[in-house]
Every structure is written in structure tokens, then in C-alpha cells.
Design a protein around this ligand. Structure first.
Ligand code: DLL
Length: 432
């Protein structure tokens, strides 16, 4: 069954006409309701009337995560606060979080988009779906939840953190679908194997995302659990999970392009690349009320395909992600920027801002070690209070990035210096 055949199977001309009409409306809306966009457009000598359709999109200015940070918390909201019914947030590049707001209609559209994605994974109202994404400020839990309820499936809102309980309920309730990060699902599958519980499962399908994963990892999940696994993509700024998802053909992720207009741009020139070529994914939201975004630079690298899919859907497909333009890491599902670590270390007088983050995956769980150089002034062969200092750094880092890291204090000048751009990360996982 196709959840919303009218929108997912439109002809390209019909889709372009719909996108054009929605873009024109959105540009008018942001011009009149968001000072940031009005000023930016005025600076470019642009009036809303200059945007007559999708063909004019390249005239519009870009939006970045920094713009959201600079207008923290609600500066880019277009709807009055009285119409915002939900807030979510994700990591900013330093300090402050990126805050996103939804009107009632935004939440309805979000649920609709997630419902389409779950339908691509074969979920129906007869399924029992366990949501193992975090609930709270992260968009994963409540986002997947809303879409599953829209379909009418029975939702088990597990969130993260209690794997034993999750597998017990999975068997006891006869769970048939699960939504969680792919690395967590692999971890769960190991637990199930250890407990000899695979044979008791009713699980059929998984909807995994929030972090990059390879086709090889998908195949491993599928064969260990005897299910099909689907890749769901999204980002909080644009909406949350449900911006795109792959169907049973697994040949790219179908974009909900009647709500999010995708562009693929050359990372150096920021000009559109031809279909099929790799570049940065940029989205313009064309139906959002709370936080509409014009040409939002996702920093995710992919390519786009407009050909009709074997599944029958005509919506554009983006390929599995090939990396990021910036240095954002996703560790245990949490977005982390090295600049957040640096900003936290600056406040600790005993250490220098020379550090190295070593990310690995052990037993399908991400690990993070941070090596920090101690300041010369505090260095002696026998550093007094080393344990207390290690704990202090661990606590400060945890407050800054929301993750526990193993801290290793190293001698002054022992971390390699680079002549060009400093290298602060060694990522041993092979995610792209
Ligand atoms: O991760 C939303 C989400 C929740 C998506 C649950 C899917 C499932 P953020 O925390 O804002 O939002 O992180 C967004 O995560 O720009 C990508 O770099 C990465 N990402 C998300 N999904 C995928 C995926 C949620 N399927 C950032 N493959 C994005 C690769 C992904 N990367």
C-alpha cells in the first residue's frame, strides 16, 4: 500500500507546479514574518514578487546552522509563539542548542511524512512498533511516534537506555517493527543472540536512521534478525525524521518533496550540479509555518535521481550519504562538533586546547576517547591530582556534548601539530 499515492506518484510536471506554488507562498510568508529573511532579501534587492516559481530558487539567500545559533532561541520563527505547540532542539556548533518550533499544522505534516516512510518499510495499522529513538528534545522519538500513530499502528514508546527491557517487551508484545539507530539495532541483535531469543521474534521490519550507515550494515542487520531494514533520513532544522526514506527497492531514499524542495549544490561554488552528481544537499521547506527555512545547507553530501522508482513512486530519490561538508560527528546518535569540545577545554586552566578525539565502534557501540594535553605549568613527572583532573574534564565534556567520553591526559607537545587545518578527529568507524 502506498500511504499517499497522490503526492508520491505525481508526474514531474505536476510536482514542479505544486512546488512552485508552495515556494511562492513561502517566500511571501517569510518576507512578511521573519525579519532575518526580509533583511537578507532586501540586501539582495529581492522582493517576494521576484520569485515566480522553482526556477527562481537560486536567487534566494542560504540559511545555515549558524544563522539559527545567531538568532537563538526563536529568532527565525515565523509564527507567533501562541501558535507554536512543540519545541525540539539539537546540538549547535558551540554552546547553545539549535531550537526548532512547530505549529499544530507542522506536526500534522510531520506525522504525514513519517507515515509515508513507515509505509515504505511495510508498516500498517496491524503492526506493533517499538520506537527506540530518544524521546525529548531530540526529534527521533516523538517524530517516529507521531507517524506510527497516524498509520494507526500500536506504538511502544521505549526511547533509549534499557536494552534488556526492550528485548523482553519485543518478545512479550510480539513487536513486528522497530525504529531506532542502526548501530543500536545491531547491538540489540547481539543481545538477542546471546539470550537465544531470535527464534521468539515476530519482528519483520526496521526503520533506521539518525546516523550514517552502509548497505553492508543493512544486510548484516537483515540477515541477523531475518527482517528488512530501511534507511530513514531527516534533520531537526528541516523537521526531524521523515524527510526521506528508502523503499523495498533500496535504490535511494524517496524525498517528501512536496514539503521539502531539495537542491544538490557543488560544495565549492554552491551552484546546482546535474542530477546524479554528488554535492551538498540543500532544502527549502515549502509548507512549514513555525520555522520555515529557505535554502538550508544540511552539509550532508549526496546525489539525486528523478527517475521513477521500480516501486512505482515518482518522488526524487537521494543516494545514501557520502559524508559531510563540515566536521560534525554522530556518536551514539548524538551530533557532536569538535568545536564544542574545544570550547569546553578552554575553560579548564590545567589543559591546553590541543586535543584529539578518537571515535571507534566496539561491539556495535560507539566509543569516544579524548586525549588532552596538559599545560606545561601543571606538568611534572608525577602529576598530582591526575585522577581528579581527569574526572573534572570528563564532567565538563559531558555537560558540553551530552556524551560520556574516556579522557586521557597526555604530556605537553605530545599530540601531533598540523601545518594546515588542525586535525582533531580520528574516526575509525567506516560509516560512509
Ligand atoms: O537525526 C533526525 C532523525 C531522527 C533522522 C531519527 C532519522 C531518524 P538531527 O539530530 O538534527 O536529526 O541530525 C541530523 O543526522 O544532517 C545527517 O548528517 C544525520 N542523519 C540523519 N539521518 C541519517 C541517515 C536527526 N539516514 C543529521 N543517514 C543529518 C545518514 C543521517 N545520516
Amino acid at each position: 500500500m502506498i500511504w499517499n499515492e497522490t503526492k508520491e506518484c505525481m508526474s514531474r510536471d505536476e510536482m514542479t507546479a505544486l512546488q512552485s506554488a508552495r515556494l511562492v507562498k513561502t517566500v511571501d510568508y517569510v518576507y512578511h514574518n521573519v525579519e532575518f529573511y526580509r533583511k537578507k532579501m532586501q540586501r539582495e534587492g529581492l522582493l517576494p514578487g521576484d520569485i515566480k516559481g522553482i526556477e527562481d530558487i537560486s536567487k534566494l539567500p542560504f540559511t545555515t546552522k549558524d544563522d539559527l545559533r545567531d538568532t537563538y532561541p526563536f529568532g527565525l520563527f515565523a509564527a507567533p509563539k501562541s501558535q507554536i505547540v512543540r519545541i525540539h532542539a539539537s546540538s549547535g556548533t558551540t554552546g547553545k542548542a539549535t531550537v526548532v518550533g512547530y505549529t499544530r499544522r507542522d506536526l500534522d505534516i510531520w506525522a504525514e511524512c513519517v507515515a509515508r516512510c513507515l509505509t515504505m518499510a511495510g508498516v500498517t495499522k496491524d503492526d506493533i512498533i517499538q520506537v527506540g529513538y530518544g524521546y525529548g528534545l531530540f526529534t527521533g522519538g516523538l517524530g517516529a511516534h507521531g507517524g506510527a500513530e497516524k498509520i494507526g499502528a500500536m506504538v511502544v514508546p521505549m526511547s533509549t537506555g534499557n536494552s534488556k527491557k526492550l528485548i523482553t517487551m519485543m518478545v512479550d508484545f510480539g513487536v513486528t517493527a522497530i525504529a531506532c539507530t542502526p548501530s543500536y539495532l545491531l547491538h540489540i541483535s547481539e543481545l538477542l543472540e546471546k539470550e537465544n531469543m531470535i527464534k521468539d521474534l515476530k519482528l519483520r521490519t526496521a526503520i533506521c536512521g539518525a546516523e550514517p550507515w552502509t548497505d553492508k550494515m543493512r544486510q548484516e542487520i537483515e540477515s541477523r534478525l531475518h527482517i528488512t531494514a530501511h534507511d530513514i533520513y531527516g534533520l531537526s532544522e528541516v523537521m526531524g525524521p521523515g524527510v526521506a526514506c528508502d523503499c523495498s527497492v533500496h535504490d535511494g531514499l524517496h524525498v517528501c518533496e512536496d514539503h521539502f524542495y531539495p537542491e544538490i549544490l557543488d560544495t565549492a561554488t554552491l551552484k546546482a550540479v546535474p542530477a546524479g552528481e554528488t554535492g551538498e544537499l540543500v532544502f527549502t521547506t515549502i509548507t512549514k509555518e513555525g520555522l520555515p527555512l529557505i535554502r538550508y545547507r544540511t552539509k550532508d553530501i549526496t546525489s539525486i535521481n528523478y527517475e521513477k522508482c521500480e516501486c512505482g513512486r515518482t518522488s526524487a530519490r537521494i543516494s545514501k550519504f557520502k559524508g559531510r561538508v563540515d566536521d560534525m560527528l554522530i556518536i551514539r546518535g548524538v551530533n557532536v562538533f569538535p568545536s564544542q569540545v574545544e570550547a569546553a577545554l578552554v575553560d579548564i586552566k590545567e589543559v591546553t586546547p590541543h586535543y584529539m578525539m578518537i571515535v571507534d565502534r566496539v561491539n556495535n557501540l560507539d566509543t569516544l576517547e579524548i586525549q588532552v594535553e596538559i599545560d606545561e605549568k601543571y606538568f611534572s613527572d608525577e602529576i598530582k591530582g591526575l585522577e581528579a583532573l581527569t574526572q573534572k574534564i570528563a564532567h565538563t565534556i559531558n555537560q558540553a556534548i551530552g556524551l560520556n567520553a574516556k579522557i586521557r591526559i597526555v604530556e605537553p607537545q605530545s599530540l601531533s601539530r598540523s601545518e594546515g587545518k588542525a586535525v582533531h578527529v580520528i574516526d575509525k568507524r567506516k560509516l560512509y
